[in-house]
Design a protein around this ligand. Structure first.
Ligand code: V07
Length: 243
């Protein structure tokens, strides 16, 4: 039997989201693409607050991929202004909600002002002990896996690691998500059903949920519904609960 209410005892601890559809949402309304990204940023705050209220422990958001540099320069530079806008608008509320900001991806390649805003968000939420809001910025999973491989290889080469001791835990601990739980649930908005180089190793056992709504129109109620869908899947998968 599928349920229509959230089971607060079975909230996914770790949720990852590919926030897709901002440009398409704008285009449909004859707005410039950047209007979609601006809306998308406001949705980040809304979903973050909802996830934190529900008791999610880690929320990982794909904000900017290593591929996104190929977009028009004006669009990239607008996107790069969002961490600073987000910081000014929302960080006090995140602190009040005890949310800690972290990042994965190579933030050293971001414009200095963007990096500053991100560093400030990390610094100002350092002592928060609630949900981790993990932004993937200039992130690509294959590159992350290559870097983990190089790290491990260099430890073998310098004699601090035995080749036979390389196992899944060692590998996980050399990824940028080291110490964070793998996603229980991966959500992609906008109807696309691809992973697009996001957390390839980490989603080995995740439930994948693809939703048709575009990111700017995905709200707290939609997020709750996605979690209900996730819980209903688990009920079937477990095979015990409904027997
Ligand atoms: C970005 C808004 C969400 C939709 C997808 C792309 C555009 C929030 C941040 C952010 C990142 C770090 C931080 C504070 C806020 C962000 C980028 C793009 C690059 F410390 N939204 N958002 N960063 N978009």
């Amino acid at each position: 039997m599928s349920e229509e209410t959230i089971d607060m005892n079975r909230i996914p601890a770790s949720v990852a989201i590919i926030m897709d559809g901002n440009g398409r949402w704008a285009k449909r309304r004859h707005f410039p693409r950047i209007a979609g990204h601006k809306r998308g940023m406001n949705v980040v705050e809304e979903i973050t607050t909802e996830a934190s209220d529900l008791g999610v422990k880690v929320l990982t958001l794909y904000a900017f991929s290593t591929e996104n540099w190929k977009r028009p320069e004006g669009e990239v530079s607008y996107i790069m202004s969002l961490p600073s806008t987000f910081f000014n608008k929302f960080i006090p509320k995140l602190i009040k909600n005890n949310v800690r900001v972290e990042t994965i991806g190579d933030i050293t390649k971001l414009p200095a002002k963007t990096r500053e805003a991100v560093d400030n968000a990390i610094e100002d939420t350092r002592n928060c002990t609630g949900m981790i809001l993990n932004f993937a910025l200039n992130y690509g999973s294959r590159l992350e896996i290559l870097n983990a491989t190089k790290n491990i290889a260099s430890k073998v080469k310098n004699g601090t690691l035995n080749i036979n001791d390389i196992d899944e835990d060692i590998f996980s601990n050399n990824l940028e998500t080291s110490g964070l739980p793998d996603p229980d649930l991966l959500i992609r908005t906008s109807g696309e059903e691809r992973i697009s180089n996001f957390l390839l190793w980490q989603i080995a056992y995740s439930e994948l949920v693809f939703v048709d709504k575009m990111w700017p129109e995905y709200h707290a109620e939609d997020f709750k519904q996605t979690i209900i869908d996730f819980q209903n899947r688990h009920r079937r998968f477990g095979g015990l609960v409904n027997k």
